[in-house]
Design a binder for this molecule. Structure first.
Ligand code: PHE
Length: 451
């Protein structure tokens, strides 16, 4: 049974919850290393342009679709046009794939928080520490299950009492913590060089091919970071009050999301610079940056135990509001489909998450030999969801809105409260032409360039 009456109780509640979904590991862990890899300021600029054009349009579409139909993602596409009904299950499958491994990473974050808070950070400075931790099955499973249980606890409480109230508490703390840590980092000796490296465009060796790669990377990041093309914003839109402004909310959500990503870079890039004595190659740790490089950085600072603890609290909060949105989307699908109450449906979903997440945990330990098309289990889930399913969902959504039901379908919803749809021109062009073209490029790129 879908709980129609339980929706967001206020505009700010909706914005904070949607921003909470958007702001997550993607902002803190993924964005900084991508920015460092793709020419600092150039990446920032490309990313910001994409957020206000492409990200804006897709998010308006999804939230409006959800609010207009009042359905979870499966019902929403079907109601818009029955021929596009199949898109619902495809979008819905994405959270079922992402939630389990997202919670596994959430468990790693809890572990690092625990390491710092208990004053054992120097153990974590060993380069093999992280590899050693994830290659055993026991501890990662325990932290993963604790993390999944925390997520489920928020979802069980419901949209208003759980998601909205938790977001209202955690999100302001998150902003304060990130600004505070960033300011502290800036005061360290040598941080300014890192700051320059991060914000100033680096055109050295910059070719057209590299620009293309930068755009594709920024685009992939944008999807992930704004929680697009996986039914999440459709679900949250269905809980939104009719009198609140969609356009205004989307602007604020994307502003917060980008702000936190930029601030995370301001923490990570300069501190790695300080630690490595200005050696930019230390930033190339890629995904390992947060778990391998950063603990060393914190450990080398005075007050590193406090900064490190604060940092991992920040990451844990950011991750939690994201996994809550993922689990909520699963719960809304299961409860609508099988007519289950929230509690029962949450329990079913969390069991699915734990069973599937264990595959990822084991993929690093007992089953580390297993590979699917050359990927480790966790990376494989990440690849098919981000590089294949999400661009397909976005492409077909644009075709549905641009050519089948027409953009007026969305405009009507955004103007329901009597306000004008100010960016209608931009929205139409993006939805009909630019977004579909970009999606096709993203889908084809892996065949032509080695990313
Ligand atoms: N947007 C979140 C982030 O930046 C991740 C996320 C992905 C959340 C998918 C929900 C769904 O980390």
């Amino acid at each position: 049974m879908e709980e129609k009456k339980d929706g967001f109780g206020s505009k700010i509640g909706f914005i904070l919850a949607a921003a909470g979904s958007a702001i997550g590991l993607g902002n803190i862990w993924r964005f900084p290393y991508l920015a460092a890899k793709y020419g600092g300021g150039i990446f920032l600029l490309v990313y910001i342009i994409l957020v206000v054009s492409f990200g804006f349009s897709l998010m308006v579409t999804e939230i409006s679709l959800g609010r207009r139909t009042g359905k979870s993602v499966i019902g929403a596409y079907k109601q818009a046009d029955s021929r596009f009904g199949f898109l619902g299950p495809v979008a819905a499958a994405v959270p079922f794939i992402i939630t389990p491994y997202y919670c596994v990473i959430g468990g790693w974050v809890l572990k690092y928080f625990y390491v710092f808070v208990s004053g054992n950070a120097d153990a974590a400075t060993d380069s093999d520490y992280f590899g050693g931790f994830i290659s055993q099955a026991g501890q990662p499973s325990i932290f993963f299950i604790i993390y999944a249980a925390l997520t489920a606890a928020v979802v069980i409480l419901g949209v208003q009492k759980g998601i909205e109230s938790v977001s209202k508490i955690l999100m302001p703390i998150l902003v304060i913590l990130s600004v505070g840590i960033a300011i502290y980092t800036m005061t360290l000796n040598g941080a300014v060089d890192g700051f320059k490296y991060y914000v100033l465009p680096n055109f050295e060796g910059f070719t057209v091919a590299k620009l293309l790669k930068t755009i594709v990377a920024a685009m992939g990041q944008l999807f992930y970071s704004m929680s697009l093309a996986m039914g999440i914003m459709v679900t949250y839109g269905s809980y939104m009050r009719k009198q609140d402004s969609i356009e205004g909310s989307v602007r604020q959500i994307s502003f917060f999301d980008t702000l936190i990503a930029v601030i995370a870079g301001l923490i990570i890039v300069p501190s790695v610079f300080v630690f490595s004595g200005g050696d930019a190659s230390a930033l190339n740790a890629g995904p390992g940056l947060m778990f391998v490089t950063l603990p060393k950085v914190f450990d080398s600072m005075s007050g590193g135990r406090i900064v490190g603890t604060a940092f991992f609290v920040l990451v844990a909060f950011a991750a939690l509001t994201s996994s809550v949105s993922l689990l909520e989307t699963m719960v809304s699908i299961i409860s609508e489909r099988f007519k289950l109450q929230r509690v029962a449906s949450t329990i079913v979903c969390v069991v699915i998450v734990i069973v599937m997440g264990m595959l990822s945990v084991l993929g690093y330990s007992s089953w580390s030999e297993v590979s699917i098309f050359g990927y480790q289990i966790l990376d494989f889930f990440d690849f098919i969801s981000n590089n294949i399913m999400m661009p397909i969902v976005a492409l077909l959504t644009c075709i549905l809105i641009g050519y089948v039901v027409k953009t007026k379908y969305i405009e009507d919803e955004t103007t329901l409260n009597g306000e004008k749809f100010r960016s209608k021109g931009l929205y139409d062009v993006m939805t009909k032409y630019v977004c579909p073209a970009f999606m096709i490029i993203i889908l084809l790129t892996p065949f032509f360039v080695d990313l």
